[in-house]
Design a protein around this ligand. Structure first.
Ligand SMILES: [Zn+2]
Ligand SMILES: [Zn+2]
Length: 936
């Protein structure tokens, strides 16, 4: 049966079909390996997209890189598990459903908690899978059978267990502290969710009269603030204990203007003598540092701003005003009463809610916190000891810096959607016991049976920080956990390094160490410092490697943003160019340390690349069908297992181009494997591109065309060998390309087998690896000379402006007999090259270098016999340019060869290469000089 491949490459149709097939066939489902199974394991967790999410370019990059790595490992014989899921995304989801309700004229609070949550689940069932469907269309090779949602019963159970255990470990506490409060979202948010922005503001200087000062002399203390409305809640003024200007006021009081409240002057480090007047106002309920000072001095905490950022009853006659309206009134009144000393322009680092953009209000609030130091200590240790490695490396240091300066983590959120905190409060006023438990307690120790559960839920990052082990069955001891933990790798963006990566490390190293690690009894503990402790610590990490990828920007390197209107929708790009081309763009542009300036022209170029491969496949099938439609690859890629160095099987080298392409393939395979092992997606993609298009399609297929010039039905001899070589090489090249372009490779691979392949998918075939004895340096050198000659002739024609149809005879002078023999043997290749369009080749016995319009390399001179007069001026210019280049090369190379330090350090082959370069450049320079002289 002849091979079938449609004439035109249409990615849309192919991709949809294979994407569905992969899901239906459960191709990427991973059965947990049984004990005794010695296959290597590779595990990767998908950073769970928000259940409300839609795929954006960041996801597309992230998932492309993960899919490449996972497909590569799978083809190398690993048990490759890529675990997908979605995050319940507390605030985002709750806000989305609230907006939906608003359209129906309903409100969350009127509805009540239970009904509201039921409504969110409804929404989730209906729309929550959208982003996963998009991933399916992208062909992400995740195990759909293991898909999770962070609010699933088993995961919620584990979250509760983790909270209770941290509480029992003494690492969770509840208390009134200053938190970042978003008045718009109505909840506490973490430091990481606050974005700081420098804005022009004002610094107000206010004087507070000293009570009982020197009689007859009005004494004041002047303080400065950017938020004058908070003065209504001041409970002290602080001066530095060492500041002699104020020593006489220690222990005295000031009268708080507008409120007529006497407040103490305290001596505290909070005040820095060199800053402003050296005295500062203290507002414990609305400023984190003041809060700490307040604790040191037992100051009252007077809240004056409420949860909606309005002034409350404590603000006296300002009550009910919005915080900014209150600011204006306070300043006005201070001025009127003579307390305002002055106003200065001042740059303020304003904290805004990352989600709503609202200015964050530091606010006193009762929250749950994790005492982070013990967790951070381990999380630092495992990175410092190299148990977790970062790529690019500098992120390791960024991580450590952050971890060394970490604050306790506020984990409660004033939301309804999420994991509710497992704490109950006794309603008996004489008791007020707090019970943290796995199950709702039936009675308090005081006997009361009325206990109310905390209304807050946990920060979403608390649950997602547990995922590397809760998705594998923690707190139970499971085979999954034994096999797949630690995960091998985490691929993610810098934006969630602290939010998520850092927290997974802290929580992983806590809960996957004894006594919390399943399989170790609760009483088991290890002595710090002994070998088994070290081993346990090494194995407690959530993943062994972290790869941090860049951002995708627009073609002008601008950050994509809705306001700028430059957001590229990956689904649209895919619709236009195909997933394969889009993936290839992202991979090829992912150079380390730089963001990706996504340009659709590049994607169009990679679509052309796919098209080139498509046409080459059609050319192959046409020939195969003429000689033997039953011709199949010698190596089916089945069962080769991990990294068998197979090279290209069944490939017979009868000609120079055969030896050359076989060698080039093996080199490409070697380089691509090395690049993928170091996350150099750009190198891997570009290497495959250069090989497949530049060497395989452009040179090899052109060179073997005469061998395919056979009678229909010929089944032996050179044509058959040529066809078999083509099939063998093509098939293995598809496998090399597969991780980057999974769809087109799947399509052509099935076509090679006439729809009856040895495996369900090319994704299950083995990945090519270089076979050293198929690398042939001699063939590569010879082929390079031949290519050089052909390209020289093409260039000569262009310079002489020869019409493409006109054939031109050439003369060649080979510098060595060996080169001449090689060229003579492969004359056909030169004669057949269409752009060179050579009529006849004559070998001459002496140098042609001095002839005008001749081309010289260190191996040969070539001259085209064409009567058109040479443009002497242009030729001189060309030679001068060439000469300049040579001189530069010579100077650089000689400088390096003169560098003792370099010579000591450089590998021998590098030094040898440089010497050769000097030799060749010298020959060329002398030739050019002679030519210039000839031109006069
Ligand atoms: Zn907010
Ligand atoms: Zn009680």
């Amino acid at each position: 049966m002849p091979h079938e491949l449609p004439k035109a490459y249409e990615p849309g149709a192919i991709e949809t079909r294979w994407a569905e097939y992969w899901v239906q066939e459960k191709l990427f489902h991973v059965e947990t390996p049984a004990p005794g199974d010695s296959r290597p394991v590779f595990t990767l967790l998908l950073p769970p997209p928000n259940v409300t999410g839609r795929l954006h370019m960041g996801h597309m990059l992230n998932q492309t890189q993960m899919d490449i790595i996972v497909r590569w490992h799978r083809m190398c014989g690993h048990v490759a598990l890529w675990l997908p899921g979605t995050d319940h995304a507390g605030i985002a989801t709750q806000m989305m459903v609230e907006r939906q309700l608003a359209k129906e004229g309903k409100k969350r609070r009127e509805m009540g908690r239970e009904k509201f949550i039921e409504r969110v689940w409804e929404w989730k069932r209906e729309y929550g899978g959208a982003i996963l469907d998009q991933m399916k269309r992208l062909g992400a090779s995740v195990d759909w059978g293991r898909q999770y949602f962070t609010m699933d019963d088993n995961l919620s159970y584990a979250v509760k267990e983790a909270f209770v255990r941290l509480y029992e470990d003494g690492l969770i506490y509840r208390g009134k502290y200053i938190v970042n409060w978003c008045p718009d979202c109505g909840t506490a948010i973490s430091d990481l969710e606050v974005k700081h922005e420098d804005v022009a503001g004002k610094l107000y200087e206010i004087r507070y009269p000293v009570v009982g000062g020197v009689p007859g002399k009005n004494e004041f203390i002047t303080v400065a603030t950017t938020r004058p409305e908070t003065m209504l809640g001041d409970t002290a003024v602080a001066v530095n204990p060492t500041d002699e200007r104020y020593t006489h006021l220690h222990g005295k009081h000031v009268m708080l203007p507008l409120m007529n409240r006497e407040i103490p002057i305290i001596a505290d480090e909070l005040a820095q003598p060199e800053f402003g007047t050296g005295a500062v106002k203290v507002t414990p309920a609305h400023e984190p540092n003041d809060f700490e000072a307040g604790l040191r001095h037992n100051l009252p905490q007077i809240e004056v701003i409420d949860e909606r950022a309005k002034m409350n009853a404590n603000a006296g006659r300002y009550a009910g005003l919005d915080r900014f309206a209150a600011r204006a009134r306070v300043v006005e009144d201070l001025a009127a009463q003579g307390f305002l000393v002055g106003t200065k322009d001042y740059t303020i680092a304003l904290g805004k809610c990352d989600r709503s953009g609202t200015i964050v209000e530091p606010r006193l609030s009762t929250q749950w916190f994790i005492k982070i130091a013990p967790l951070a200590k381990r999380a630092i240790e495992v990175v410092e000891k190299g148990y977790i490695r970062f790529t690019p490396e500098n992120y390791g240091q960024i991580y450590l810096n952050w971890m060394h300066n970490i604050h306790d983590w506020c984990i409660s959120r004033q939301l309804w959607w999420g994991h509710r905190i497992p704490a109950w409060y006794c309603t008996n006023n004489d008791c007020k016991e707090v019970v943290v438990a796995r199950e709702a307690p039936s009675a308090c120790k005081c006997g009361s049976t009325i206990l109310e559960q905390d209304t807050d839920v946990l920060d979403t990052w608390f649950s997602s920080g547990l995922l590397p082990f809760t998705t594998l069955g923690w707190p139970e001891a499971t085979r999954d956990e034994e096999v797949f933990y630690p995960n091998s790798l985490m691929i993610t963006g810098f934006d969630i390094l602290f939010f998520w990566v850092a927290r997974m490390i802290m929580l992983g190293c806590w809960f996957m160490m004894p006594p919390h690690r399943p399989g170790h009894g609760p009483k088991t503990s290890l002595t710090v410092g002994d070998a088994s402790h070290e081993e346990a610590l090494r194995e407690s990490v959530p993943f062994r490697e972290v790869y941090i990828h860049a951002l995708v920007r627009d073609a002008d390197r601008q950050k994509m943003s809705k306001t700028k209107g430059n957001v590229l929708d990956p689904i649209e790009v895919i619709g236009q160019y195909g997933t394969d081309a889009t993936r290839f763009t992202l991979a090829a542009m992912a150079a380390p340390g730089t963001d990706i300036a996504f340009s659709e022209s590049r994607t169009a170029g990679y679509r052309n690349f796919a098209n080139k491969i498509w046409n080459a496949a059609r050319f192959m099938f046409m020939n195969v069908d003429r000689i033997d439609p039953g011709l199949r690859p010698a190596d089916t890629g089945v069962g080769a297992g991990p990294r068998h160095h197979t090279g290209v099987a069944g490939f017979q080298t009868t000609t120079l181009e055969d030896r050359w392409i076989l060698s080039r393939f093996n080199r490409a395979a070697k380089d691509v494997n090395e690049s993928l092992a170091t996350y150099r997606f750009d190198e891997a993609a570009n290497r495959i591109y250069d090989f497949f298009w530049g060497e395989f399609c452009d040179w090899y297929i052109e060179l073997i065309k005469p061998r395919l010039n056979f009678e229909e039905g010929a089944d032996t001899g050179p044509p058959r060998i040529a066809c078999a070589n083509l099939v063998n090489l093509f098939e293995v090249s598809l496998r090399l390309l597969h991780p980057v372009m999974p769809f087109i490779t799947e399509e052509i691979w099935h076509a090679i087998y006439d729809g009856r392949p040895p495996l369900k998918s090319i994704a299950l075939a083995s990945y090519p690896a270089a076979k050293e004895d198929q690398i042939d340096l001699g063939a590569e050198t010879e082929m390079a000379i031949l290519q050089d000659l052909i390209v020289s002739v093409r260039n000569l024609r262009a310079e002489l402006k020869v019409e493409p149809k006109v054939k031109v005879p050439i003369e060649v002078f080979a510098h060595e007999l060996g080169i001449r023999k090689m060229l003579e043997k492969n004359l056909g290749a030169v004669l057949r090259d269409r752009p060179a369009n050579v009529e006849k080749i004559t070998f001459v016995e002496s140098s042609l270098a001095n002839l005008p319009g001749a081309r010289s390399t260190s191996r040969f001179d070539v001259h085209a016999i064409y009567e058109k007069k040479i443009d002497v001026a242009a030729e001189r210019e060309r030679l001068n340019k060439e000469l300049e280049k040579m001189e530069k090369q010579l100077v650089t190379a000689q400088a390096r060869l003169g560098d003792e330090h370099f010579l000591r350090k450089a590998p021998a082959h590098v030094v040898e290469g440089l010497r050769k370069q000097v030799e060749e450049a010298t020959i060329l320079r002398d030739k050019n000089l002679a030519k210039l002289k000839e031109l006069g």
